[in-house]
Design a protein around this ligand. Structure first.
Ligand code: DX5
Ligand code: ZN
Length: 219
């Protein structure tokens, strides 16, 4: 089962609600929400208030990707705003174990993200506590960047590790440069949550774009 998660970073912010409704009706599995603070990454987006405002436009899980320093400061607000998943960056957490447990205690599924330059070992000590690992397939901060092929070996390593730990349900998410061309590569490596921004919101027909990515993995 492959989950497609359109990233609203590439949506038209002037009509975010209808954009979210369109991809929901177009067959998306999760709505991916990219939160950036201008410190951890060199870009700024939105916070829990905006997420709260788009929530009525969808019925599928909200997948929050926190690209921010001190994520523990904002986790309760995103939980309250209705996040189904909250993912923090391993690179942004001095006390990663504590942060993961904070997310879980709020009744939210927990994810940890690793940048292209960060090894899988950055998550192994908390892996058994996680619902999801996010392998960044670009350096975070902007939509529309090119997929970094070397990240494929980390996806494979994680899927193998999840097998050894008897965690068949571990979600492995990929984010950045995912298209109908790169999707089969990441799925073959073991990913099952595919974030796509420009490959969905950059197209006129969003339902067709979602179907194209999904079908490319079935081959
Ligand atoms: C990058 C964000 C991504 C971004 C992906 O920092 O985390 O979610 O929206 O955009 P595309 O799919 O265009 O690479
Ligand atoms: Zn993201």
């Amino acid at each position: 089962m492959i989950n497609i998660a359109p990233s609203i970073l590439s949506a038209d912010f002037g009509k975010l609600g209808p954009e979210v409704a369109e991809v929901t009706q177009g067959g998306a599995d999760f709505i991916h929400i990219d939160v950036m603070d201008g410190h951890f990454v060199p870009n700024l987006t939105f916070g829990p208030l905006v997420m709260d405002a788009v929530k009525p436009y969808t019925t599928i899980p909200l997948d929050v990707h926190l690209m921010i320093d001190n994520p523990e400061q904002y986790i309760p607000a995103f939980a309250k705003a209705g996040a189904s998943f909250i993912t923090v960056h391993a690179e942004a957490c001095t006390h990663l174990h504590r942060v993961v447990h904070m997310i879980k205690e709020l009744g939210v599924k927990a994810g940890v993200a690793i940048n292209p330059g960060t090894p899988v070992s950055a998550v192994t000590e908390v892996l058994e506590d996680l619902d999801m690992v996010l392998v960044m397939t670009v350096n975070p901060g902007f939509g529309g960047q090119a997929f970094i092929p070397r990240t494929l070996r980390k996806i494979k390593e994680l899927r193998q590790l999840a097998g050894e730990l008897q965690m068949p349900d571990l979600l492995i998410e990929v984010d950045g440069g995912i298209t109908a061309e790169t999707a089969p590569l990441v799925v073959n490596a073991g990913a099952n949550v595919l974030v796509a921004g420009s490959a969905i919101f950059g197209k006129e027909d969003r339902a067709a774009a979602i179907a194209e990515i999904r079908n490319s993995c079935a081959k």
